[in-house]
Design a protein around this ligand. Structure first.
Ligand SMILES: NC(=O)c1ccc[n+]([C@@H]2O[C@H](COP(=O)([O-])OP(=O)(O)OC[C@H]3O[C@@H](n4cnc5c(N)ncnc54)[C@H](OP(=O)(O)O)[C@@H]3O)[C@@H](O)[C@H]2O)c1
Length: 328
């Protein structure tokens, strides 16, 4: 990013442009392109945002936030960018629609597109919550610092909101954590955490890591509910975050009859029921979509509530095993 004075000037102009363009674009797109159900949902989403802003803490366009164990606020719903490598337009559109948490990683090769999408959106950096992740090839103290800087350069930013060790399955991950603690203390990262860590690794960091992980990002969805992990993280004050919150549609998630039956009562589809389920469990979800209509749908989960009976009906969908064995 440019120096602070230049950035502040740019931000002021960008903010005005953003209000004129992206909010207007979102409203116009919804009015012009969406059917009645989606439009009324969009209105309800805006209303939910307004009330969250007045009461509970909210982020950006009204997505409620959770306060992490270090006081940093994180949106409870975000946008995943795996496979969106050359697609800044999707990121700009997601921001215009109201997503504020953008999840990327060095290994997705999407950081450049995310950086360009953010610039296209014109939104102020401070309104976003950007997550990136350190890949295996950047393990170790020195290499982690280099990897972090490369991510910042691609994203065209001078700090990250959240930085995770992506897959600590080999190499000097403790050295990486030490570097991340230093960057955190220097204010270059607002919160640090883990992804795909073992229980032993989490225990080690809680006891010896100097800074407790704020987030653990893991595979979780209706078919892999990770109840034990959930029960472990909660008392430690570590936020659980779902990757593949829609299981990428595997095992027939988008046509599953249990989810469809629940959704029918509320006029919602299986993706929306799934995302609402994560939300009511207190798990942050980061669904990805290359389709504008799906991005709208995935935001449109704040105008209905799953009953205890609905939640109980989803519990037995748990198959207690990963749907991504190729990544284990
Ligand atoms: N830490 C890790 O190891 C890790 C691993 C995997 C992923 N992640 C992160 O988590 C994010 C989300 O996970 P994911 O991308 O694997 O999978 P996902 O979000 O569970 O599923 C994405 C798939 O669902 C479809 N989809 C999205 N919304 C839909 C809707 N409303 N209706 C029907 N289909 C819909 C998308 O298709 P369309 O594009 O056609 O909408 C896409 O094929 C990633 O993008 C990445 O940021 C992290």
């Amino acid at each position: 990013m440019a120096n602070m004075n230049e950035k502040t000037r740019t931000d002021t102009v960008s903010r005005r442009e953003f209000l004129k363009t992206s909010a207007g674009l979102a409203a116009a797109t919804m009015l012009a392109g969406l059917g009645g159900a989606e439009m009324s949902g969009a209105r309800a989403f805006a209303a939910a945002g307004a009330s969250a802003g007045a009461g509970a803490s909210s982020h950006g366009a009204g997505i409620p936030s959770v306060t992490l164990n270090n006081g940093v606020k994180m949106p409870r719903l975000g946008f995943g960018t795996m496979t969106l490598r050359g697609d800044p337009g999707s990121v700009a559109d997601a921001i215009a629609l109201g997503y504020r948490l953008i999840d990327t990683a060095m290994i997705y090769n999407s950081e450049t597109a995310v950086g360009e999408g953010i610039q296209q959106s014109g939104i102020r950096r401070e309104e976003l919550f950007i997550t990136s992740k350190l890949w295996k090839t950047d393990m170790g103290y020195e290499q982690a610092k280099k990897g972090f800087q490369t991510s910042l350069d691609k994203l065209k930013t001078d700090y990250l909101d959240l930085y995770l060790i992506h897959r600590p399955s080999g190499g000097d991950w403790k050295g990486s954590w030490k570097a991340m603690v230093e960057l955190y203390r220097a204010g270059r990262i607002k919160a640090i955490g883990m992804s795909n860590a073992t229980l032993e690794q989490m225990n080690y960091l809680i006891a010896n890591g100097e800074v407790k992980p704020a987030v653990h990002q893991i595979e979780t969805h209706a078919f892999f509910q990770e109840d034990k992990e959930y029960a472990y993280l909660k008392p430690h004050g570590i936020q659980m975050e779902a990757w593949a919150p829609l299981a990428e549609g595997r095992n027939g998630l988008f046509t599953n009859s249990t989810l469809a039956g629940i959704g029918k009562k509320y006029g919602k589809n299986n993706a929306q029921v799934s995302l609402r389920w994560h939300y009511q469990r207190g798990v942050v979800a980061i669904p990805r979509s290359q389709q504008h209509g799906h991005r709208v749908e995935n935001l449109n989960i704040f105008d209905f509530e799953l009953s205890d009976t609905d939640m109980a009906a989803i519990a037995p969908m748990n198959l207690h095993k990963t749907q991504f064995p190729e990544w284990s």
